[in-house]
Write a protein that binds this ligand. Sequence first.
Ligand SMILES: NC(=O)c1ccc[n+]([C@@H]2O[C@H](COP(=O)([O-])OP(=O)(O)OC[C@H]3O[C@@H](n4cnc5c(N)ncnc54)[C@H](OP(=O)(O)O)[C@@H]3O)[C@@H](O)[C@H]2O)c1
Length: 284
Amino acid sequence: MTEKIAIILGATRGIGRALPGVLGAALGTGAIIYVTARNAADGERLARELGGEGVTARWLAFDLADPASPARVAAILRERHGGVDVVVQNGAYMPRNGISAVEDARPMIVSNSHGTLRVLRSFLPILRPDGRLVIVASSMGLLRNLPEHLRARFDTTRADPDAINATMDAYVSAVEAGAAAAEGWPDWVNYPSKVGQVAVTRAFARWAKEAGVLPAGALINAACPGVTLTDATRDFMGTVFKPEDAQTPEQAALGLAQLATLPAGTSEPYGELVRHGKVLRFGD
Ligand SMILES: NC(=O)c1ccc[n+]([C@@H]2O[C@H](COP(=O)([O-])OP(=O)(O)OC[C@H]3O[C@@H](n4cnc5c(N)ncnc54)[C@H](OP(=O)(O)O)[C@@H]3O)[C@@H](O)[C@H]2O)c1
């Protein structure tokens, strides 16, 4: 039997760092888990630590903001293994406390919307039958977090992923021109960014099925890990998040691993946002 191949994009810290152990346990012995980092020092540390934890792990360099990176990593997996069973895109440009949307909007959308679409386009062609492609997003990406007049721009039952990203680029332009508030966009950049990421995933999943390019039995979904104490949320505890609600990264990783290892023969959820096994309706 061919060994299971999984890859976790963005695994250096937080939820992504907790995922290889949990995913490895769910996939069983013989699985090879690729983890990615943006620099060699982190990648080598990761591979060393995971080896010590009994996970068969290899590291690859990957940067969501680099347009060439997803295709390069997918080509390596194709060459070494012929395909991949599980892809979890966890890496994200995270908003920083006290930093204005004017500074954060462009790099966030470049990574989290455009980067996500590049990941989907690069890894779908090497996804094996019954493969699982999971984009880690957030319940902040539900349409109810936008005012009603903006929601039609994210109708993923009709819009294609490039149209969604064009809307995200228009959002960035509005932020940089000082016009975002007047257009009704939320102040905090994480809401539009996550709406864009979930919408791109849903639109791509719908397109893949309609175009007949989805491998047999494969599933594409977005995931919300739930509130988790990490470097990204530490400074927002007590304001945006309640510390008593926060999970550990290991607890959050369990829900992601479950979605990433749904058994063969599972047809749903598909193209949804899922938190710990429960579909959160996007609202389009
Ligand atoms: N924590 C929560 O409560 C929560 C809730 C809902 C959703 N989420 C989502 O869960 C995911 C992980 O969040 P987290 O809290 O674990 O964040 P985190 O601790 O800040 O970790 C972020 C990870 O993303 C990587 N990353 C950043 N920029 C990247 C890029 N350009 N290319 C590739 N990787 C990149 C980081 O790598 P470096 O070490 O190189 O920076 C790091 O491994 C995010 O998508 C986040 O939105 C988190």
